[in-house]
Design a protein around this ligand. Structure first.
Ligand SMILES: [Zn+2]
Length: 94
């Protein structure tokens, strides 16, 4: 059973349990292409969002940047999955 991030109160419940951190592997060239396109003012934000989804599988759960890590929390046998960028991982996962 997998529960996706649905709100801060769910996250608050998990603060005591240490998550398992899984690296999101994105091909270096693909990541560079993505970052270049995100800087391009001629590409719409909807198209940029679609690109992030396509390359990284979704967004950081906290700031909607490109995620680099997945944190998997064990909640009484259920799993809570959250994606983090490097910046938010430092802030939220101790
Ligand atoms: Zn973030």
């Amino acid at each position: 059973m997998v529960i996706y991030h649905i709100g801060v109160y769910v996250f608050g419940d998990t603060m005591n349990s240490k998550p398992e951190i899984i690296e999101i592997t994105i091909d270096k060239q693909k990541l560079k292409d993505l970052q270049d396109r995100l800087k391009n003012p001629h590409i719409s934000s909807a198209a940029k969002n679609a690109l992030i989804k396509q390359v990284a599988g979704g967004f950081c759960s906290h700031c909607e940047e490109i995620p680099t890590k997945i944190a998997s929390y064990d909640m009484h046998g259920a799993k809570l999955i959250e994606k983090y960028c490097d910046k938010c991982l430092k802030i939220w996962v101790k």
